[in-house]
Ligand binder design. Sequence first.
Ligand code: SF4
Length: 480
Amino acid sequence: MFHDRSRYQSSRGYQLAPFRFSPLDGSRYIATNDVGEYVVLPREELVEFISHALPPDREAYKSLKSRHFMFDEYSRVALELLALKYRTRAEQLASFTGLHIFVVTLRCDHSCPYCQVSRQAEGRLDFDMSQEHADQALNFMFRSPSPALKIEFQGGEPLLHFERIRYIVERAKALNQVHGRDLQFVIASNLSRLTDEVLAFCREHGVLLSTSLDGPEALHNAQRPVRGGDSHQRTIDAIRRARQTLGPDAVSALMTTTQASLERVEDIIDEYVRQGFHGIFLRNVSPYGFAVRQRASRQYGVEAWVEFYKRGLAHILRINEQGYPLQEEFTAILLQKLFSPRGSTYVDLQSPSGIGIGALVYNYDGAVYASDEGRMLAEMGDFSFRLGHLSRDSYESIMTSETLLTHLSDTMPEGAPMCGDCAFLPYCGADPVFHQATLGDAVGHKAFSAFCKKQMGVLRHLIGLLEDDSRARDILLGWR
Ligand code: SF4
């Protein structure tokens, strides 16, 4: 971060506020401050600014002043305004944990090669969550002070243990008569077991569905093997039935990028349009579970994914220009971080990291994890993000545990090497589980970090589009 040593004694017209700068491309720099404002400047203008030599009638002067990169004699309230914006951006921290993931079973009927969990065969009932653990998890969840609580059911395939989902939803609603929170429910499912009974239950209790759709039929079926080989058809049929019963917006979908997807981003996006979706999350594969046991020929580097993302975003912008509203969800999160005074609550891009304080995971066996990826890492034998057990540990002992507090203090990028000087920091995060899995420690040397390369690649591209392409900018600003 750039600190002006003469900040409060300058006799040269204006004083500099703290900010960071990084190259955007060959000739321009991006400067950001701690409240998430940014300005793009040619190198010469940045040098003039830092040298206190920028004339007040220059456009850049006005931009830098209005975005709190400098104070002059006419901006007396600037420091107070800056502090207020900083508090607003951090206020979500006070709400504490809003997302509570209940892993009701590890059993699954699919055998996806990129699966991040140690899924179990359908008959293995010993991998189901007991009612006792469900009760303990609910009591634990209601200890969180968050006014809004989202329960997300995951697996395995959670609908293989629908009775536990039913119990948890009904029990949560009964307990909420006393607690009075804003409750939401989501089932993350491949939808192959979406019966009429499940749909009726979802309608009665306002439960939303989130599923996986990896692209056109052949690609999806190759990536998501199931007995009968018809995962795509089952998913599409279930989406249609769910929309009929629950409404057009009750089902969302996620895709995972594999080596086979890399050349087919346009086909994947077109499939989402064909199926009537207005959002798609271009997700890279994560380095956990079965995904890391794949042959090297099936893995790809982060640079390949960034190219995939850029091509995909260009295609999505063309589709919008043709009149069909479609947004890329990762981009939408970054746009929120770039332009919303409150930033974004997306757990993976927080400082400190969202582990534990943004999301908690109650595993089928009663173990409590700081994040979904943390429990995936544990399935691989690394228990760094295991916080305790529902039967043995209290809310207080888990939320003030050395494990969680150490990770949280380690995951404020403001103090991490490289991040502390990086202009992209206000829009970035820490992702300690990813760094633990790939680099062996939760902070991670960012020069070798695929997370960092992805963030820089995507943010440089996005900010470049916002600066240079007015049609793209108009569309993107509608996604926030
Ligand atoms: S992870 Fe990389 S992009 Fe993100 S703040 Fe740190 S150095 Fe910048």
